[in-house]
Design a protein around this ligand. Structure first.
Ligand SMILES: C[S@@+](CC[C@H](N)C(=O)[O-])C[C@H]1O[C@@H](n2cnc3c(N)ncnc32)[C@H](O)[C@@H]1O
Length: 248
């Protein structure tokens, strides 16, 4: 797997205390290599979870972040931003992705790391919500788990036994590109699969075997689900997709 030098500066215990999926700093670091973030920009971090990505954006790029999430309370996130020393420029907001409290054209950039597939894999979300949040010339960036290609049934045979309906939001990079590109609301500036999905995903899967149920309870397949899922993917069809664009 490639190196993520910016991420290396962060404490692994802090990451593991707050991650909600495969290392969000690796995903954000690579996403940001495809964006042009400048100090003072206003950035929406949509589906920020416990805010690791928001802290990283503020510290690495000097941007002001609106750290927006549904499952995690704004108060809990504020405490984390205070502890990380960024509470003067990372603002926690508790909101549902379809009911955001922001003015149209407010942001210089809107990003979403390992979250956009939960609410954005519909024909309407980018058109009706996400595209409107950013000013003309502003930037979009997402990282989503998905598949290397589309499958007739929606999933590869290797994953059939473990598949469940929520996973139908997993798609190929071509599928994601077309979702945004055809709207003509933005120009796609990058869209590709990150290198080595399993190396990106496995540390989280290993951590989950020991810790997931203690941390998040037993909703879904149990703490060893991701590990079983990755091991079942013997044809390497799983992907992490980076996509960025600029608003026309
Ligand atoms: C897998 S976690 C990723 C969190 C964070 N980005 C990270 O990488 O650590 C997915 C996040 O998406 C958020 N999410 C899912 N559906 C949402 C919705 N409808 N509105 C707002 N946030 C949502 C959840 O609150 C959750 O924190």
């Amino acid at each position: 797997m490639r190196n993520y030098p910016k991420t290396e500066k962060y404490d692994q215990n802090w990451i593991e205390k707050n991650w909600m999926g495969p290392n969000p700093l690796w995903l954000t670091e690579e996403l940001c290599e495809n964006l042009d973030l400048k100090s003072g920009m206003k950035v929406l971090d949509m589906g920020c979870g416990k805010g690791l990505t928001s802290v990283f954006l503020a510290k690495e790029y000097g941007v002001t972040v609106f750290a927006t999430d549904l499952w995690i309370s704004a108060t809990d996130n504020l405490r984390r931003f205070e502890a990380a020393g960024v509470a003067d420029r990372v603002f926690p907001i508790h909101a549902e992705a379809h009911a955001l409290p922001y003015a149209e054209g407010f942001f210089d950039a809107a990003i979403s790391v390992d979250s956009y597939h939960y609410f954005g894999a519909s024909e309407s979300y980018f058109v009706d919500v996400f595209s409107k949040l950013v000013k003309p010339g502003g930037q979009f960036g997402i990282v989503v788990p998905g598949l290397k290609r589309e499958f007739e049934k929606g999933y590869p045979n290797t994953l059939e036994k473990l598949w469940f309906p929520e996973l139908y939001t997993f798609h190929s990079n071509k599928w994601w590109r077309y979702l945004w590109e055809k709207t003509e609301l933005c120009e796609i500036t990058s869209c590709y699969d990150m290198e080595d999905t399993k190396a990106l995903w496995m540390p989280w899967a290993d951590w989950s075997v020991e810790n997931f149920e203690k941390e998040f309870g037993n909703d879904g397949g149990g703490g060893d689900f991701d590990k079983k899922f990755l091991e079942a993917d013997t044809d390497n069809d799983l992907a992490f997709i980076v996509m960025t664009g600029v608003k026309k």
